[in-house]
Design a protein. Sequence first.
Length: 84
Amino acid sequence: MPRTFVWHPSKGPAKSPKLEAPTSGKLKITQVRSGIGHSWRMRLTLAALGLRNHQSSVVQQDSASLRGQLKKVRHLVSVTPVEE
């Protein structure tokens, strides 16, 4: 049977865009990709952020611990600052 998928290092995005959010205030976090197929740690991190399913959004207060969680799943979520 021929191989149907060949991985190439040059294919796909080079890296995730850098998180350029303000250091204080609130952030709107939207899940843009599913946690299916990713590690259990990433799925638990999405649940800890309050994201239940694909395309769900939450507003969280910015903090150092939140930044660490977002860094873990930055390829699954999009983050935008919230104007108060």
